[in-house]
Design a protein. Structure first.
Length: 130
């Protein structure tokens, strides 16, 4: 499956090594095709720098450690998500044919999309991890 991972998942994974988000990233890396767009990288680095600066190196290491397809952020004509800063991430998922977006963001989760399916790390674990 093609899975686009949102910034909040990377932030949690950088902050807490034994967290569900870190376990999900490890699983996706081993079993699926992980995708990240530039907006996700920018947001992740900005938030970690501001909120948990001691983890900035860990964050950078995550982006290097995993087998990630860095996909293009595109502009699409229709905006369908409440938070305009999330639209480029959603656009990247549509444009790059993502099957799933793993996120903790309620704006994504409230869309109730069939494809890409939006799942929290916990929901992803329950549904797809062995």
């Amino acid at each position: 499956m093609r899975i686009l991972v949102d910034s909040n998942v990377f932030i949690s994974a950088a902050g807490w090594a034994n967290s569900k988000p870190r376990k999900v990233l490890d699983y996706i890396d081993e079993h699926h095709h992980m995708m990240v767009c530039s907006q996700t990288i920018i947001e992740s680095l900005e938030v970690v720098t501001r909120k948990i600066p001691s983890k900035i190196i860990t964050m950078a290491e995550l982006f290097v450690h995993y087998h990630i397809d860095y996909v293009q952020t595109v502009t699409l004509s229709e905006e369908i998500i409440r938070d305009e800063t999330d639209q480029p991430i959603l656009n990247a998922a549509f444009f790059n044919n993502a099957d799933i977006i793993v996120t903790g963001d309620k704006d994504f989760l409230s869309l109730n999309l069939k494809k890409p399916e939006c799942l929290t790390p916990s929901d992803f674990m329950d549904k797809y991890m062995e």
